[in-house]
Design a protein around this ligand. Structure first.
Ligand SMILES: NC(=O)c1ccc[n+]([C@@H]2O[C@H](COP(=O)([O-])OP(=O)(O)OC[C@H]3O[C@@H](n4cnc5c(N)ncnc54)[C@H](OP(=O)(O)O)[C@@H]3O)[C@@H](O)[C@H]2O)c1
Length: 274
């Protein structure tokens, strides 16, 4: 499994398992199976209501905890210092671990004290409750404030990214500041594989359209993917995406697809262009 690293210590398997919207025994079963077939990176969040289910799978699995990268996130209404701390402590209890590998602020807050939240995020890392820290769904201006004005030692950002949504400015920024970019919703929930352009590339190479969509992301420096897959068949197919070989003609065809098709933009989302 290809791994991505940062100078400040994040060591992230390039392909992880997304766990939303699985909960309960469905989630435990999917994570246990993913570990069995070779996944070593699991993405969860308090908001997914499945951390206890993920924790059960970790305990059931033969794979030692230290070989598994675990990401969790704190929800945007829990960003005050005490609430954030309680959120991560609850996550650790539910997951049955003393430390997560990566802890993200899930979305920017509303009317919040950004500096105090970031100070708390950094303190939780310094205390060893999270090995690395990051932010998700932060637009470029806010990320700039966190990294350069506040000087937070982030290791990663997590944002929606796929063949139908461009993220070049964030990606350029991440590379300049030694941050990894985890692409969520990397299959655009089926819309990527439904594109005739993607299907034609898949036919040309004798692979699946979903694998073409994932490999386009994996071929980019510093980009990890976390497709959600419940079935063993889809989990294996997504892992095998790393073996696909795309060529310049494929990349040019994918570059021609629309790049403004955002799938995830809830009411509390920030102004994406801010
Ligand atoms: N930070 C954030 O705000 C945020 C927001 C959204 C998502 N996420 C994370 O990103 C993860 C992935 O995103 P997502 O669930 O929104 O979308 P996604 O991964 O783009 O798509 C998931 C869908 O694709 C299907 N699928 C997976 N592999 C497939 C394959 N090889 N062939 C055909 N279909 C396949 C899955 O079905 P099966 O399950 O049946 O295989 C599921 O219906 C989430 O689970 C979550 O961990 C983070």
């Amino acid at each position: 499994m290809q791994r991505l690293t940062t100078r400040n210590g994040l060591d992230l398997p390039a392909i992880g398992l997304g766990t939303w919207p699985m909960t309960g025994s469905e989630c435990t079963q999917a994570v246990r199976q993913a570990l069995e077939v070779g996944y070593r990176h699991i993405d969860t969040a308090t908001a997914y209501d499945n951390e206890a289910a993920v924790g059960q799978a970790l305990r059931d699995s033969d794979v030692p905890r230290e070989q598994i990268h675990l990401t969790t996130k704190v929800w945007w209404d829990r960003l005050a210092p005490k609430a954030m701390r309680q959120s991560l402590e609850g996550s650790l209890r539910a997951l049955g671990t003393e430390q997560v590998d990566l802890f993200h602020i899930h979305w920017p807050g509303k009317d919040w004290d950004l500096a105090r939240s970031i100070e708390t995020l950094v303190a939780l890392r310094d205390e060893g409750k999270a090995r690395s820290i990051g932010v998700a769904n932060f637009p470029l201006g806010l990320l700039h404030q966190v990294v350069e004005t506040l000087g937070a030692p982030l290791s990663a950002i997590q944002v929606e990214y796929h063949v139908l949504l461009g993220q070049q400015p964030l990606l350029d920024y991440a590379r300049r500041h030694d941050l990894l970019l985890t692409a969520y919703t990397p299959l655009a929930r089926g819309q990527a594989a439904a594109q005739p352009v993607i299907q034609a590339i898949a036919r040309k190479h004798g692979v699946l359209p979903s694998q073409v969509a994932l490999k386009w992301l994996l071929d980019q420096d510093g980009v990890a993917v976390i497709p959600k897959a419940g079935s063993r068949e889809n989990q294996l197919a997504n892992l095998a995406a790393s073996n696909v070989q795309l060529d310049d003609e494929d990349r040019a065809a994918i570059a021609g697809l629309p790049k403004d098709q955002r799938v995830v933009s809830p009411a509390f989302a920030p102004d994406w262009n801010s």
